[in-house]
Ligand binder design. Structure first.
Ligand code: IPE
Ligand code: IPE
Ligand code: MG
Length: 252
């Protein structure tokens, strides 16, 4: 028996997989501490999780993946740890860029350039340029990123445009404002995942997550796997997104 469309209720229709998944990769330090290892080893294992997650996203047909890798607040960590994290970022780009490119991954980096060494900026620019025409997976790395900083930088650019006369203050809508953010050409995340049991945003994508579904998992980031990702997607597919209305919708 086939049901007429109007007889179907949402619970019987298939909720589409999320188009854009954002992840706060947390718990590297605790993963290491539980094993009596230095925090740096947790971060190293965390890079393997990034590789696994990118591969899984490609296989699952997720088109947008955004990963929080270094926050503007992480500068308050010990210098050695910051050094280790930056070293891993360098190595990741050097070792994985060719493979990512071959697999059709387009890399974007969001956050501020200020405070970053020239060689890291060059690596980032090279990765973005090399992969700019790819479209299988849009991989965005939030590096030296803080949402309040992003919003303040956007506001400053909006103010400049108004002062120059290229933008009318009365034309500043949420859509227009969004086009000044680092994520200008990206859809909002459908699903936010945070690992390690913490339940906070830690200054991640405050604007863009306005209507995202949040899934918090206890798994530490180095243990994150394709199975963890699939379980989070399954939980997302149980949710009913209404965007303020009464009916279920899959996007805003
Ligand atoms: C996430 O793991 C990586 C970064 C924030 C750079 P943490 O380093 O925050 O690990 P925990 O939270 O101390 O376990
Ligand atoms: C958030 O994790 C930042 C990243 C995952 C890069 P933190 O570990 O820095 O967050 P807090 O300090 O516990 O809020
Ligand atoms: Mg943490």
């Amino acid at each position: 028996m086939t049901l007429a469309v109007e007889e179907l209720d949402w619970s019987q229709t298939e909720v589409p997989a999320p188009r854009h998944i954002a992840i706060i990769m947390d718990g590297n330090g605790r993963w290491a501490a539980e094993r009596g290892l230095p925090r740096a080893e947790g971060h190293r294992q965390g890079v393997d999780s990034v590789r696994r997650t990118v591969k899984a996203a490609l296989e699952l047909g997720i088109t947008h993946l955004t990963l929080f890798s270094f926050s503007s607040e992480n500068w308050s960590r010990p210098r050695q740890e910051i050094h280790d994290l930056f070293g891993l970022m360098r190595r990741f780009v050097r070792r994985d860029l060719a493979d990512l490119h071959k697999n059709g991954v387009r890399i974007r980096v969001i956050g501020t350039r200020s405070g970053l060494d020239d060689d890291i900026l060059r690596l980032i620019d090279d990765a973005v340029l090399l992969t700019k025409d790819n479209s299988a997976l849009n991989l965005t790395i939030a590096f030296n990123y803080g949402a309040r900083d992003e919003i303040a930088r956007a506001a400053a650019r909006v103010a400049e445009a108004v002062a120059e006369g290229t933008l009318d203050a009365s034309d500043i809508t949420p859509e227009r404002f969004g086009s000044y953010l680092d994520t200008a050409d990206l859809p909002d995340p459908d699903l936010l995942i945070r690992t390690s049991g913490e339940r906070r945003l830690s200054n991640f994508l405050l604007w863009q997550l306005a209507y995202s579904e949040f899934v918090f998992v206890d798994t530490y980031w180095p243990d994150f796997s394709r199975e963890t990702l699939e379980a989070a997607i399954a939980e997302y597919q149980q949710r009913t997104r209404r965007f303020g209305g009464l009916k279920a919708r899959s996007t805003a």
